[in-house]
Every structure is written in C-alpha cells, then in structure tokens.
Design a protein around this ligand. Structure first.
Ligand SMILES: [Zn+2]
Length: 401
C-alpha cells in the first residue's frame, strides 16, 4: 500500500503528482531553504484539483500532501515518495500531521476572516514536516472577498508552502486564482474500479460492491456509503419510489413533503451530534459554568456560533436534497435509455421493474421534460426558493411529464 492507492482510476493525475513529489523531495534534500523553485521543476506552490463530485479531488490532494511529507528512506516506486507507512505519510492521510491543514467547510461559503487566518498561517515555515500544506476542499465556496485575500498568498507563497485547492470545475474558481495554479483534472472513475476499491479496501462483498458502484455511477464516496450504510440504502429506495407515486396531486404533495422531511431529519441528526458539544465547548472556553449565567461580554461569541450552526443546518438539508435530486435524475436517465433502446448500462438495476413501468407508460419527450424539471428544482433552490415550494413544483411537473 502506498499513498497513491486511494486514487481510483486516475492514472495520469497520479503520474503528475508522483513526479512533482519526487522533484519536491529532491528540492528539500538538496537545496537550502529559501531558494526559489527551478523553472523546470515539476513541483510548484499552488495546485488546483478539479473533477466531478466523487471523483476523488480531495483524496488526490491528501495523497499528494502525504507524499510531500513522506520521510521514509526507501522509495517504493522508482524513487517516488509516499510509502504510506512512515509517520509523515500516515499522519497526513489521517489528518493529524502538524503541517497539513485540511480546510473543509460545512457552510455555504468561506469568508474573508477565515481566509485571512489561513493566509497568515501559510506564511510560517513547516513546524515538523518538509512542507507546509493547505488543502482547501471547497475552493468553489470562497466568497469574492476571500478569493482576493487568498490571491495574495498564492502569488507570493512562502518558500515551503503548498496550496492545494479543490473545486468541481475551473469555472468555479476566480480566474485570477486559477491562472496561478497548476491544474489537474480528475475524471469519473470507471464503475469497475470503484467496485474493486470497495471490495479491496472496505471489505464489502463483491455483489453489493458492484451494485453500489453501478447505482452511484463512479461516485466513490456515495458508493461507499450505499454499500456500508443501511440507512443510506433505505433512503435511496424511498427516493426511487417517487416516480411511481406522482400519479395524482395528493401523491405529488405527499412525496414532496417526505423528501423535505428526510432532508430536515438529516440536518437535525447532524445538529444533535455536533451542535451541543460545540456549544458546551465554547461556553467552557468563555468561562461559563454548566447551568449558570454566562460572563459579561460573551454574548457576541455565542451568537456567532449560533449563526454558524444555523447556516450549517441549512447546508446539510440542502446537501441531502441534492443527493435525492441526483438519484431522481439517474432514474429518469435510465428510463430514457430503455425507451431509446440505448446500450448505456442501466445504473439502477435494482429497481428494474419500476424503470420498465415508467418507460412503457411514457414517451422519451416526457422523460426529457421530467429530467428538466428535476434540474429546474435544483436551480430554484440555488436561487433561494423555499425548498418545499421548489420540490412541490418538481413533483407536480413529474406527474404532468
Ligand atoms: Zn512515507
């Protein structure tokens, strides 16, 4: 096992990162601190990983971070660092390396204040490792102001600092930032490769692994959840019943309400898991005693946390709805494939009966309109239309076809 093993079906990206890690290693070993990088070096200070959701953008960034911190004297593959076992590799991969910071937000945007803190930190030399690495998993969520703060840091990086930004596509990142990054594109991994990794690494039995990989069409994270989480399977099954339930107005409204309720439950569950502890921790840090009044002057900080938790709840609900919409789109895509006699592999083979029923009782034009109504629902939520309204409009449109 090396750090590269987690990259599924991304051979070209892996080659580029391995070459960069090798040059980075030579640089640290041979060149004294502070000297600029060679023009010809495959290593650089700012990287941008793009690719569709689930293709493994942040996995690739982490693997690269680990390879940069690898301290093993034996290089596994032709002198490439990233043994996967040494302290540098291991702590980077599990997220505890002092010089690898993973920025993952559960909010809808990353603001100026957080970005300033990061940039300040990025000016420091590595504490224990060879490089100071900052992985920003959702660079598409930087506000414009935050992007401008980051730009400065990417333009004039400290000698041993490496930025790794991840985003769905190039268009999601400010042009000024992306033009200063070396860009790597990940592609959706083949279904077979995803199934293989579920079997090999997660110990999932082959049949379930294949079914999960096919149903999620190469999205590794979702495939893993589907293969290992009973609740995720139950939820998907409920979503894939929606097309059969929109025969009348009552069914449409009911299906919409249930989609919203499920998403709300998800947000609530997550809030219960995280919010209470977070609030208690902050109270303690501000000098409060359990059950007692908070000291003067702490109301602002408490309010700030409350706002953050509220935004996170909205985001979780939104993500959960997004997933349901993705599953519905996949369902109708399969219907369309059946109607057109296309040779595309069907993703949702486990609900073949429902697919057949809908395919026989409608036309390809109707199916296309249904797919459009699912996309329109997502667009409406992007424009901050109330989720229930957007979802009701969708289920009604699914009925009409
Ligand atoms: Zn190592």
């Amino acid at each position: 096992m090396t750090v590269w093993d987690d990259l599924v079906g991304q051979i070209r990206v892996q080659e580029q990162l391995a070459a960069a890690a090798k040059d980075a290693d030579a640089l640290v070993t041979a060149v004294s601190d502070g000297k600029p990088l060679d023009q010809g070096s495959k290593m650089t200070h700012a990287w941008l990983f793009t690719g569709p959701p689930g293709s493994g953008r942040s996995t690739a960034a982490r693997a690269f971070a680990a390879a940069l911190q690898c301290t093993s004297p034996d290089r596994a593959l032709g002198g490439v660092p990233g043994c996967g076992f040494c302290d540098g590799c291991h702590t980077s991969l599990i997220g505890t390396h002092a010089d690898v910071q993973i920025i993952r937000t559960d909010l809808l945007s990353i603001g100026v204040k957080e970005t300033r803190d990061l940039v300040r930190r990025a000016q420091l030399s590595p504490a224990v490792g060879r490089w100071q690495v900052i992985v920003m998993e959702d660079a598409d969520r930087l506000t414009e102001g935050a992007g401008n703060v980051l730009l400065k840091a990417v333009e004039e990086p400290a000698p041993r600092t490496v930025w790794m930004l991840c985003a769905p596509s190039l268009e999601d990142v400010l042009p000024t930032i992306r033009s200063r990054c070396r860009h790597l594109t990940l592609s959706t991994p083949p279904v077979e490769a995803v199934a293989d990794v579920l079997i090999r690494r997660d110990g999932v039995d082959p049949e379930r692994a294949h079914s999960a990989a096919r149903a999620t069409q190469g999205h590794i994270g979702r495939a893993r959840r589907l293969a290992t989480d009973e609740r995720a399977r139950a939820r998907r099954a409920a979503v894939l019943k929606v097309p059969l339930r929109v025969a009348d107005v009552g069914g449409c409204l009911k299906a919409a309400q249930e989609l919203i309720d499920t998403a709300t439950d998800d947000a609530k569950q997550m809030a219960e898991e995280v919010d209470v502890k977070e609030t208690e921790d902050l109270k303690a840090a501000l000098g409060g005693v359990a059950g007692g009044r908070m000291p003067r002057g702490t109301a602002g900080a408490m309010k700030e946390l409350e706002d953050k938790q509220k935004r996170r709840k909205t985001r979780t609900q939104r993500d959960s709805l997004d997933l349901a919409l993705t599953e519905l789109t996949g369902f109708y895509r399969d219907v369309l494939a059946l109607q057109l006699g296309s040779r595309i592999a069907i993703a949702n083979v486990d609900v073949q009966d429902s697919l057949d029923r809908i395919a026989e009782s409608s036309t390809p034009a109707q199916t296309l309109r249904r797919i459009e109504s699912v996309i329109a629902c997502r667009d409406a939520m992007d424009r901050n239309v109330a989720p229930l309204l957007a979802v009701e409009a969708m289920t009604m449109a699914l009925r009409a076809g």
